[in-house]
Design a protein around this ligand. Sequence first.
Ligand SMILES: O=C(O)CCC(=O)C(=O)O
Length: 281
Amino acid sequence: MITKENIEQYWEEGYTVLRGVFGEREIEQLRQSMDRWRWLGEMLRRTWRWQNTVIWVNEDADTAEPIVRGMQWPSYHDAVMDRFRTDPRFLAMLKPLIGDNVKQIINQLHWKKPGSRITWPLHRDVRSRQPSSAFIDLYPSWVQTGVAIDPHRPDNGAMKVVPGSHKDAEHDPDDKTIWNVPQYANDPRIRDMVMDPGDVALWSAYTVHGGGFNTTESLDRRLYINGFVKADNCLRGEWVWKNGVTQHLHGEPALIQFGQVHEITEPHYASEVGHRTAITD
Ligand SMILES: O=C(O)CCC(=O)C(=O)O
């Protein structure tokens, strides 16, 4: 589980990777679950939303076929996803960083289909933690995690990370100049976040990361992302642990990112064409 070295690396370099957290059988469950959501997205053919749950679907420029590139909050409707987001191993790795009163504000699936031009260009996640008034003292209060479902290698679009980049700028959540940072592609510190299935990456709101295309013909690149925050410092999100006790999803969904979650309650095709952080050019 999380070691002293992991914790030091997280604060010093802005990220760390925990190896072999989930076993092959568990990852196979996640693979199958992700595939079911991808099939649903392919059938829907367009971006679709139901309160906090959204499936982002793009159209392939050449074939007009749907490309499912991401999804938020499968866990309201998917027991496998819910079981993994509340796994005690997440609590064990988060507790030394943000304690055991924790809310969740990200529950997300990313696909980089082989040969597609899907990527999330280099950025800092602080850009998505808006409005900033809902997040107090974001930097030490929020941890992003990503479970590798497939091997993450440079050729299938492993995410890149810039160690130390969380220290390059003031931690001002409203400074938009630090949100999208393509210039970091030339930073000598940049490295691929190479992972095996079952590894878990952790990174902070100010760590520059993203990029990488899946240039393979058949190796998928799936990532299961969960973002956790010290509950006292966050006005949004779903509870996940109260004093270390798991809180399952029930009742009305909480306000997280979709501001009309309590007004537009019917499932609908959304005019949003995809997550604003993704491109397919
Ligand atoms: O899926 C990826 O490679 C990118 C993930 C990412 O940049 C994010 O979730 O902020």
